[in-house]
Design a protein around this ligand. Structure first.
Ligand code: UDP
Length: 242
């Protein structure tokens, strides 16, 4: 089916060479992993929902002036993207304390934060994506101070926009992870939002019941993962042709 040249295969996605040198095809797999790959499974159809949800959000973010790697949708599992040099950091934005934040600092799960909290982790599977400070980022040249200022701003802008977008469909945006990359456009360096934004990379809680509508259903063995992802897609008005 896919005879294209593979550039990279990750846990949940594959990158193939695109038609032009500066482009790539991002393919969303059905693989689910958690706890740094210790827990693994295949959940049929997950890739389709993640592709469509991510596409929907990236298009909306483009419309409010966030530059992203997304070019166009190709089919139910693939999108054409700009090939970027990924900055080796995960930008975690939190509105409500849960997950690793509560474990690390003993904060009560569900504590509403006074303002969005931005954390950085160094993208390195062997090390388990450790939390790092701005000083580490500068010392090891993972991103410049100007790049970091720009990205921090974008993270907060994206958070504001997504919080409203999800609130309008009865969902609390608890936390999420973003990745950014560099690209050269006409000799000018640009920072683009990359990777994906989906229930695999965000935590979504129903406003009323606090039901989890994200990958925590897999991490915590809550079941009905596909139903939850489908619910997110439906609430956002995304139609998925089968
Ligand atoms: N996240 C992610 N990829 C990672 C780590 C975290 O997409 O490698 C997302 C995760 O889905 C959640 C947010 O970032 O929405 C914060 O995750 P946390 O640090 O609480 O990690 P976890 O509890 O998953 O270890």
């Amino acid at each position: 089916m896919n005879e294209r040249e593979k550039i990279y295969e990750g846990k949940a996605k594959i990158l193939y060479k695109g038609t032009e040198k500066s482009t790539a095809i991002q393919y969303f797999k059905d693989h689910a992993t958690a706890f740094n790959n210790l827990k693994k499974s295949t959940i049929e159809g997950k890739g389709i929902f993640n592709n469509k949800i991510s596409e929907h959000i990236f298009i909306k973010l483009n419309q409010i002036g966030i530059k992203t790697h997304f070019i166009k949708s190709l089919n139910e599992r693939e999108q054409l993207i700009h090939m970027v040099e990924i900055i080796p950091l995960e930008f975690i934005v939190r509105n409500i304390a849960t997950g690793s934040l509560t474990k690390r600092l003993g904060i009560i799960d569900g504590t509403v934060l006074s303002k969005p909290l931005l954390e950085y982790s160094y993208k390195n599977d062997e090390l388990g994506d450790p939390l790092v400070a701005r000083e580490h980022i500068a010392e090891f040249n993972w991103a410049s101070s100007a790049e970091l200022d720009l990205i921090n701003n974008q993270c907060l802008k994206i958070n504001n926009f997504m919080q409203t977008m999800f609130k309008n469909v009865g969902i609390k945006l608890v936390d999420f992870k973003l990745e950014f990359g560099r690209i050269n456009i006409d000799g000018k360096k640009e920072i683009l939002l990359a990777d994906e934004i989906s229930p695999d990379t965000c935590r979504f809680w129903d406003v009323v019941s606090e039901k989890k509508l994200d990958k925590d259903r897999f991490r915590k063995d809550l079941g009905n993962l596909i139903q939850a992802y489908q619910e997110v897609a439906e609430r956002l008005g995304i139609t998925i042709e089968k």
